[in-house]
Ligand binder design. Sequence first.
Ligand code: PLP
Length: 403
Amino acid sequence: MSLSDDISEIKEKYQVFKDSKRLLDLTRGRPSPEQLDLSDNLETIMKGDFIQDKIDTRNYGLLEGLPSARKLAGWVLNSDPENIFVNGTSSLTLLGHYLLSMIFHGDRHLAWKDLDKVSFLCPVPGYDRHFAMLEKLGIKMIPIPLMGDGPDLDSIENLLETDETIKGMICVPKHSNPTGEIFSKEKIEALASINRDGFKIIFDNAYAVHDFNDSKKLPDIEKIFIDKNSHDSLVMLGSTSKISLAGSGLAFISLSPINMEHFADYFSKFSLGSDKVNQARHVRMFDSQKALIEHMQKLSNIIKPKFDLVQEKLNELPTGLAKWTKPTGGYFVSFDSLTGNASKIHKLCEEAGLKLTPLGATFPYGKDLENKNIRLAPTQIELDELLDAMDLFCICVLLAEEI
Ligand code: PLP
């Protein structure tokens, strides 16, 4: 497709897509089967030997995870293994438990349930599942803009000055979902300098090691918070969902010693241990930081061509019609149409068989007030299908200007 075609040709091409009744999907950030194949080794790696770290992994115990699994999580999160709790397969579940522990028990501050209202700052565009969870738990969400290197500090300062109900912030500091941005040292230092009792900054670092070749480094968040004397404000989360198997990997949370004490006490009422067999599988597969890096490189070799293709296709759009991010890792591209056009593009895509993340999903309460953001998730789809999906997407961007 050439986007220099005149509009009647573009309409014809749209009709061909529609008539083909093909279904294409750029909805969710899922790994492709090819990516998952790289972890097939996990199936046989135990070879009947269930002793890991001198511990019988088949039994109850070690709620906080095997020492070697905490070390592995430490490589991912760039955190001291002593501060890490490895349990379960989903970082979202750990996040939910963490928030529930704060709602019902708090740390050394009041439990959030005893306050009239609890609000969270939500840098946008952001991750829809964070917003869905906060909404479900009755936490009010206040959107603040992301600036390409982290959240807008002025907005944070102004809001904190005037709103006492704000108890935290949730964000994705590296290859952010969906903008792909990496928080700068300056932003992280400023966040670590927020001096507010009981304030929690939740860094969901789901894409911590998911770099393409030429990615900027994320500053050492834990060190910065400890140096600023605000370790108790820091919560970091991650998982191997996009490293090994989505839904069958390891999930982890990193907390300061005092926060860990509270959280572990809360969590111990729900479980007698952690899945150490799966942890042993993972630490055998990733038995060194080098092995982890090599594995991530193999994943990048599969994913990057897809991101390159997305950029190539979007670059064919006439200038001024849209803006989009150019991530150096992670799973998403954030696309901004002209104000007011996202719903039109979305509808055109859906009607011709291309599924996209629900409109507004990247904003709290599903409210994209400017009606312009669309998240593109190109990892799961095959490369040849992605080519068609992006052709159709670009056609819809052009047609949206016409209707
Ligand atoms: N956090 C972010 C920012 C994500 O993008 C995703 C998945 O897309 C998750 C968490 C889900 O992670 P998990 O499978 O560990 O629950």
